[in-house]
Structures are given as structure tokens and as C-alpha cells.
Design a protein. Structure first.
Length: 418
């Protein structure tokens, strides 16, 4: 029965990230094809705005009044309907971006809801969660391959699926499917039912007070800051690949997710050897190395450097963001688990990527000027900006973070599971 529950949670994760991957890696190309090449940072701005709003959904509704699986299902169905209507507004940039905002307001709360539902129904976070979460990465890979290859027969010759509305329609269909499926998931009651409602608890401030320590605050600050250069990857890699002459852009980016699968499964192995601090630190350093490879590979289109930068995604994402989710869960207890997971979503996908999307968009437009695309030499200069930022954050984190209590907990859990 336990294995069956893990399989159901794995299917949920697969669809959760299939949905995101289907539109996120193609939206900039689609917008550029419809005259919005100078506005491509806005989808990556409304996404973090929605992440900032997400704790209100999670803290007020899922944690207190309704079962997690029901809220998850309702939000995905509503989001699917909105995304299905979004392409109708492509000729009106303001309405188009507002539709994407509405969609993301439905989707982003489901990130922490899916994590909370998973953690509630497993016993060993360090060992079981990575196996469940890896199916999310597989879902993103399948989405990218579906967009680049599976949808190609539905477009005219010479037209790439990424430049059409098909990825958005694919997202809408998958969202509704996951919405319906969510109602069949294990019942996960609201952990804070009966607690008083306050802005402090909804925003995770109460959880922050209970979890607070110097190292935890450093972790939160570093999570927000490292998410600033992260926004440059999601926003501009697809445009960079197009300018460098790559075809099947969404499929090419799945190299990163393939790497993510490998490192996701290796998280338990590295956890016991590196510990929390160096798992997080190596993940942060990998972001700097990725952007350095992008920069060095730009002028002469050095393919192995560009693909190597994409392949580093497994370390970039798993070692920092998945490890961060596990770290927060280790520090949490049942009644604040939803708040704590919502808080980390707010800090990373919310505040950090909101700042990052605007900063990256500003820097990109400085280089772009009145051109329609950056030259390869301009891409070289562009990528050094997030590279330097990420490396500075890594150095600060390594010097200041020292959570010995969490390290002992990881060691204790590993020993007890042998």
C-alpha cells in the first residue's frame, strides 16, 4: 500500500512539472514571434508575483479549511481553463500578460501544496522525497520533448512548435487532467484547522519565528539572492539558443532536466557525505559555473560549453532548491509544515525571481537597444553579469552558514535508516 501511495504521488509530480515545462521553455519564443520580443521578461515577472501571493492561498485555505488534495485539484482545473483562453489575447500584450498572471496565481500555490501533500504521506524525507520529486523532472523532460517533437506534425513546414500557441494549449489540457486526478490523491487534512487566522501566519512569519536561527535566516537570504540570477536562465536561455543557431529549443533544454534526474536520485548519497551546508553551497556555485560556460561558449558558438552549461542544471537545481525544501522540512514540524514550504516558495520563486526577472530584463534591454536580437558578442557580456552575482552569493553563504543542529539531524536519520 505504501508503494502504491508513492506511485500516486510520483504521478502527481510528473504532471505538476509537465505543466510548467510545457509553456515555460517556449513562451519567450512565442512572444517574440508576435512582436513582443522586448516584453519576454514579463511572463517571468508575473510568475514570481504569483509566488508571492501563493502563501495566502496555502496559509488561509489549504492549511486551515480544506484538504490539500481538493485545493490542488481546484486550482489546476481553474488554471487550465485560463491558460486555454490565453492565446486569444496574443494581439494585445497587456491582456496577454494579465492572463498569464491569472494563470500563475492558480499554479504557483500548487508548488508548495504538492510538496506538503508528499511530505505528509512519506516517512523518510531525505530518501523518499527525491524519488518522488524526480518524476517531476521527468515530467518536465517529457514536456520539452513533446513540444519540440510531438507537436511538430501540427505546425506548417518551417514553423517550430515553440513559436505557436500549441505549448499553451498542451499546458491547459495537462492542467485539467491533473486537477481531476488530484481529487483521487491520499486525503491530507488541513494541519492548522482551528488555528486563528492572521497575516503573520499566512505569510509564514509565525513559522519563521519558530524555525528562526542565524543559519536559517542566512539560508533564506541566500535563497532569495541566488534566485535573482536564476531568472536570467529561465527567461533568456531559449532566446540565446535560438540566436546561437540551435533547433528544437525546448528539447535541447531538457538536457538540464535529464541531468536533474541523475542528481535527484543521488541526493541521498551526497547528503550523507556533504551535509546540508555543502549540498546548498555546491548548488549555488554551479549557477556561477553555468553562466560562465554560457558566456565563454557564446562568441564562437562552442557547442559543448553551451550544452555543458545546460547539463549543470541537475546540480544547480537539485543541490540547492530540492535540498532547500528538505532542509526546511527537517527544521519544521507538522502544524507549520505548509507555512514553511509556502515561505520558501515566496522567498525563491516569489521575491527572488521577481527581482531577477526585472533586473535581467533591464540588463537584456540595455544590450538589445533597438535591435531585434543580441549578437553573440553581446551574449558573452550578458552572461557574465549573473555569473559574477551567483559566485559572490556562494562565497558569502559558505562563510556565514553553519547549522550544526540540522547536520546532526541528517546524520542521525542516515544512521537510523541503515
Amino acid at each position: 500500500m505504501k508503494k502504491f501511495v508513492k506511485a500516486r504521488l510520483s504521478a502527481m509530480m510528473f504532471l505538476q512539472f509537465f505543466i510548467w515545462g510545457a509553456w515555460y521553455t517556449a513562451i519567450a519564443v512565442y512572444m517574440s514571434n508576435f512582436g513582443m520580443e522586448d516584453l519576454t521578461h514579463w511572463p517571468f515577472t508575473v510568475n514570481p508575483i504569483a509566488a508571492i501571493c501563493a502563501p495566502f492561498f496555502v496559509g488561509l485555505i489549504a492549511d486551515r479549511y480544506f484538504a490539500t488534495e481538493k485545493v490542488l485539484g481546484t486550482l489546476h482545473i481553474l488554471g487550465g481553463i485560463i491558460m486555454g483562453l490565453t492565446p486569444q489575447a496574443v494581439d494585445n500584450p497587456v491582456v496577454f500578460i494579465l492572463m498569464l498572471l491569472a494563470y500563475n496565481l492558480c499554479y504557483m500555490p500548487t508548488m508548495s501544496l504538492a510538496n506538503t501533500l508528499s511530505f505528509h504521506n512519506i516517512n523518510d524525507q531525505e530518501k523518499e522525497f527525491p524519488v518522488i520529486r524526480v518524476f517531476g523532472t521527468i515530467g518536465w523532460i517529457v514536456a520539452g520533448l513533446t513540444v519540440s517533437f510531438g507537436l511538430v506534425s501540427f505546425v506548417a513546414e518551417g514553423v517550430t512548435p515553440e513559436g505557436t500557441a500549441l505549448p499553451l494549449y498542451l499546458t491547459a489540457i495537462a492542467s485539467i487532467i491533473l486537477g481531476l486526478y488530484s481529487f483521487t490523491l491520499p486525503h491530507t487534512p488541513p494541519p492548522a484547522k482551528g488555528d486563528s487566522v492572521s497575516a503573520r501566519s499566512i505569510l509564514g512569519i509565525d513559522a519563521l519565528k519558530k524555525l528562526g536561527s542565524k543559519s536559517f535566516y542566512i539560508f533564506l537570504a541566500s535563497s532569495m539572492l541566488i534566485s535573482i540570477p536564476l531568472a536570467a536562465y529561465y527567461n533568456f536561455t531559449q532566446l540565446y539558443l535560438g540566436n546561437a543557431g540551435f533547433q528544437n529549443i525546448a528539447a535541447t533544454q531538457t538536457i538540464g532536466q535529464a541531468s536533474e534526474v541523475v542528481f535527484m536520485l543521488l541526493i541521498p548519497f551526497f547528503f550523507v557525505r556533504l551535509g546540508v551546508k555543502w549540498m546548498l553551497g555546491v548548488g549555488m556555485l554551479a549557477w556561477g559555473l553555468r553562466y560562465a560556460l554560457f558566456a565563454l561558449g557564446a562568441p564562437e558558438v562552442t557547442t559543448w560549453m553551451i550544452l555543458g552549461g545546460i547539463a549543470l542544471h541537475g546540480i544547480c537545481y537539485d543541490f540547492f532548491f530540492v535540498t532547500g525544501q528538505i532542509y526546511v522540512d527537517i527544521k519544521s514540524f507538522e502544524r507549520i509544515r505548509g507555512q514553511a514550504q509556502g515561505l520558501i516558495v515566496l522567498i525563491t520563486y516569489g521575491v527572488g525571481m521577481l527581482i531577477g526577472a526585472q533586473v535581467a530584463g533591464y540588463v537584456f534591454n540595455l544590450f538589445l537597444g533597438d535591435q531585434s536580437a543580441l549578437s553573440l558578442d553581446q551574449w558573452y557580456n550578458f552572461w557574465w553579469v549573473p555569473a559574477g552575482f551567483a559566485i559572490v552569493i556562494f562565497i558569502i553563504f559558505i562563510f556565514l552558514f553553519d547549522d550544526r543542529e540540522a547536520e546532526k539531524q541528517v546524520s542521525k536519520d542516515q544512521v537510523s535508516s541503515i
